[in-house]
Write a protein that binds this ligand. Structure first.
Ligand SMILES: [Fe+2]
Length: 219
């Protein structure tokens, strides 16, 4: 069920950025220190109505001309099994607040929503297990530190959710959901760098979040 638009976007983005191999190559030594990504609550704001556009570019809704407000971030990573092998055909979904701190959800009305932010996106992994989104660096909203929600959906398996966090964000330690991850290695595995891309004149960021599922490879 590879969606042609997803594939098209993926090719366009990878080509456009020249990120392809550089970001996704993981040396063999990586498997040694594999830490399973902790599960985190789905929370109350998984979209209750999906956007008109659910592709992997959250900055532009359909063919809109005005991009979303926020620090543009190229968010990528791989979905791996417990041995570090890539998982294909995993549907990666992300959702997060817009630049005003508002979710794409009818119950989130504390501020005006940025209509140009898609709020939610999907990417189906190919054999490399890679995913890619263009989105914004998450902002703070009342009661939470910066985070992006993830749901991983695979055929025949229960939906699996987690959240990733911004390294160096002072609010992290005060966040109840973040702090509920007691193992320091597990905590580190969901705390990722949002680093400036040196070649980007527009100040765009790159972030990489690999997800290690507690699955053993299929025989
Ligand atoms: Fe949230």
């Amino acid at each position: 069920m590879n969606h042609p638009i997803l594939l098209q976007n993926r090719r366009r983005f990878l080509r456009g950025l020249g990120l392809g191999a550089a970001l996704f190559t993981v040396p063999g030594a990586f498997a040694e220190g594999l830490v399973r990504t902790p599960r985190q609550t789905e929370g109350p704001f998984y979209p209750d109505h999906l956007p008109l556009d659910t592709d992997n570019d959250l900055i532009i809704v359909n063919d809109g001309l005005t991009p979303a407000i926020g620090e543009i971030t190229h968010l990528s990573g791989r979905i791996l099994d417990a041995r570090g092998q890539p998982i294909r055909n995993a549907l990666v979904e992300i959702w997060q607040v817009d630049g005003h701190g508002v979710y794409l959800h009818s119950r989130d009305t504390h501020a005006k929503r940025d209509q140009n932010f898609q709020g939610f996106g999907r990417f189906l992994t190919a054999s490399s297990g890679e995913y890619y989104f263009r989105t914004i660096k998450p902002v703070l909203y009342p009661g939470r530190t910066r985070h992006i929600h993830y749901a991983i959906k695979m055929k025949g398996r229960e939906k699996w959710t987690t959240q990733c966090y911004v390294k160096g964000e002072p609010q992290n330690e005060k966040d109840g959901i973040y702090s509920s991850i007691s193992d320091p290695k597990a905590r580190a595995s969901v705390t990722i760098d949002f680093a400036p891309i040196k070649t980007s004149r527009a100040g765009e960021l790159a972030a990489k979040f690999d997800i290690v599922m507690g699955l053993t490879p299929e025989a």
